[in-house]
Ligand binder design. Structure first.
Ligand SMILES: O=C(O)CCC(=O)C(=O)O
Ligand SMILES: [Fe+2]
Length: 375
């Protein structure tokens, strides 16, 4: 039996026969099926045990305690993890567990609604916040549903042609009526964590704590609620294909199911073991440029499974659209010249967002701005 027949058969077997609402994701849609080289090698719940095969876990307890030695240790650990892995987990982060639990409850209530109900707030090209079940990553359809909202109610982005600015805002569902509240409380708590981490990351590069704050006064950060339904073809598709985040950095909480995998420097894929008490932090494109490649934005992907739906909530901490991202001059020297040309952040985001919608859209990366690359 060919892959296509097998998909159709598996799809028919997993359909709930008396449910007349269409599924949000349909496995017989072949856009989900990855080329063999991109399919996952490890299952969602496969993890390695040795310390070199796990991303570091950093205890943030000393931050805000006045314990100078403890604070220096945190800064060192964050710097090492950002350099070695581009990924780490943080515990004692200051976000109350009840804030996360409440958002999870509301997210489940939303994502388990019939598709037509969710589509009432469907995301569009002009209105990129809201619900969406057709996102592409690197031209493959992701096995996921998302709900996106802005941390700061509104933001300005370049239009499609990058000639004028447009203002975008949030769309909230009527049902469940408490989702908005849960989202806003979560945004406030995680935004504080984002600014704490920004200070730590700046200090870890030897810069003053608030050196980079100027780029975040009107930051254009969205929070995404990712819902990965059970998938009848988990060895052929991915919840999110391998990619690097276009943020400065990302702060993510995941439930206990597992599925996030990170590519280590040597190319090996490593599963991030879920921890209820931790946020996963990863360096994005902007910090890689600011640090002139000292910190790495690394590839990651999400593996889905046949038994249990999964939730994750990334907060993409993005600078204001007008930011011209360049390697921080204070970090450059004759021996360490700038590796990148200036990149307008709004332009970069616009190009990246276009790729989420369009097959064969241009998937722009910071390498396009590397010195010695033609423009
Ligand atoms: O679900 C996850 O754990 C990761 C999601 C992700 O990488 C993304 O949305 O950019
Ligand atoms: Fe990501």
């Amino acid at each position: 039996m060919g892959i296509e027949d097998s998909l159709v058969e598996r799809f028919e077997n997993t359909q709930i026969k008396d449910d007349h609402s269409p599924p949000a994701l349909d496995p017989s849609d072949f856009c989900f099926v990855l080329e063999p080289e991109f399919r996952p090698k490890l299952k969602h719940n496969e993890f390695f045990e040795s310390p070199t095969e796990q991303i570091p876990v950093i205890d943030l307890a000393p931050i805000g305690s006045g314990d100078e030695e403890g604070i220096r240790k945190v800064i060192r650990e964050v710097g090492n993890a950002a350099e070695e892995w581009g990924f780490f987990q943080v515990v004692n982060h200051g976000v109350p567990a009840s804030v996360i639990d409440n958002l999870e409850e509301q997210a489940i209530a939303f994502f388990t609604l019939p598709l037509e109900e969710k589509k009432k707030i469907n995301r569009t090209f002009e209105q990129p916040m809201g619900y969406y079940n057709e996102e592409l990553t690197k031209n493959y359809r992701d096995w996921k549903e998302v709900f996106d909202y802005l941390v700061r109610d509104q933001c300005a982005l370049p239009d499609e042609h990058c000639t004028t600015e447009i203002t975008i805002g949030n769309q909230w569902p009527q049902n469940p009526s408490s989702l908005r509240d849960a989202c806003e409380i979560y945004a406030k708590a995680t935004e504080e964590l984002a600014f704490r981490l920004l200070k730590i990351l700046s200090q870890s590069l030897g810069l003053p704590a608030e050196h980079l704050h100027q780029y975040f006064e009107k930051h254009i950060s969205p929070i995404r609620l990712n819902y990965y339904p059970v998938c009848p073809i988990p060895e052929l598709a991915l919840g999110v294909s391998r990619h690097k985040d276009p943020s400065a950095f990302t702060i993510l909480v995941q439930d206990e199911v597992g599925g996030l995998q990170v590519r280590r420097r040597d190319g090996k894929w490593i599963g991030v073991r879920p921890r209820r008490d931790a946020f996963v932090i990863n360096i994005g494109a902007v910090f890689q440029m600011w640090s002139n490649d000292r910190y790495q934005s690394v590839e990651h992907q999400v593996v889905v499974n046949e038994n249990k739906a999964r939730l994750s909530f990334p907060f993409f901490f993005n600078p204001v659209a007008a930011t011209n991202v360049v390697p921080v001059p204070e970090l450059l020297s004759e021996n360490s010249p700038a590796r990148y040309r200036p990149m307008n952040y709004g332009y970069f985001m616009r190009k990246r967002n276009d790729g989420n919608f369009k097959q064969d859209g241009e998937d722009i990366q910071i390498e396009h701005f590397a010195v010695n690359q033609s423009s």
